[in-house]
Ligand binder design. Sequence first.
Ligand SMILES: Nc1ncnc2c1ncn2[C@@H]1O[C@H](COP(=O)(O)OP(=O)(O)OP(=O)(O)O)[C@@H](O)[C@H]1O
Length: 386
Amino acid sequence: MTLSESAAAPVDEVVLEAVGLTKHFPVRRRLRDLFSRTPAVVHAVDDVSFALRRGRVTALVGESGSGKSTVARLLAQIHPRTAGDIRLHGTSTRVRGGRRFRSYVRRVQLILQDPFASLNPVHTVRYHLTRSLRIHGNAGRGAEDLEAALGKLLTRVSLTPPERYLDAFPHELSGGQRQRVAIARALGADPEVLLADEPVSMLDVSIRLGVLNLLQDLTQRLDIAILYITHDIASARYFADETIVMYAGRMVEGGDSETVTQRPAHPYTRLLTDSAPDPERITGDGAGAAAGADRGQGEPPSLIAPPSGCRFHPRCPHAMRRCTTDLPPRLDIGDRPGHWAACWLYDPDTVAADAPGSAAPDADPTVPPPAPAVARDDTATPREAR
Ligand SMILES: Nc1ncnc2c1ncn2[C@@H]1O[C@H](COP(=O)(O)OP(=O)(O)OP(=O)(O)O)[C@@H](O)[C@H]1O
């Protein structure tokens, strides 16, 4: 059993990378579609790229249906990808079961939202953890090694003394304790990456913080890279080093968590932050005039026929003609290193050619556009971030 508190590997080293990751799910055809040349697909994830680093938490934030769980399942190699690449320590990986899949899973573990569903109710904590340790070759040589490894796992997730929990069944534990067992089971593989898909959303608000603190502690002590998937952008600020925002299958904004959550640049991120009030937030648009009305409303689009151009344009109060036709690239915002948004508002030429809001669904000339980030730092010029 290793669970090593690694000292040798450099912090910030990229462990796992998504490169142009794309997933289209086929849609069952209806009779009238049979003669169509292009089969219908759900554009669940399109061109998603980011890196998970040792000892760091990256949050993937977005509304329900934005593609977050699909990204996690692609990275866990549960779904085959349609296009793009997954690189583990720089090496392209595609595994479909068998020994190579087991070896991948040993390094990249997925934690699901519902710990009750992921733990078999007829088996004890001891069974679940022993199985994980054995499958991943971390159970040691004999009964004593195994007992020590079990104790270490439970201590690692603060379920102490271990003997109190080892022979308990899942229904005898609270939701938070069950999620800790699920995390301990993932740690039984001694992984380098944890993909945590909404790990606290099914838990009582009062115990969420404890589980998030535990995950944060693991990144620091074990140098694990964590992908934290959530629809709660406020928790990303607290918990993640970096935050990436997804809308309708595409990444729309990214940067360090403090900046993305406190100075959101993309109108969609602003919509998200408005629905998760945070008294400390600096709005970045002067007096915060027309907050709410100026953020965009409506429903996410169909992913079978997603909107052309920027997928957010049908909801965006600042949409310009170009937003309806051209996909915006990642543009540097210029307020903090690494802060970008895929939004034409940050391209001075586009804004000069067409007034923000001119192609908005219910264009309201009284609603001011968001202050472009360049106004916060005159020395910076937006430029393509990739
Ligand atoms: N196996 C599948 N077959 C067809 N479509 C799918 C499949 N899995 C996901 N989708 C679709 O892909 C899109 C993205 O779903 P996904 O679950 O990744 O979003 P999400 O952001 O994780 O949402 P939630 O927070 O509700 O889980 C949705 O439109 C969903 O209906």
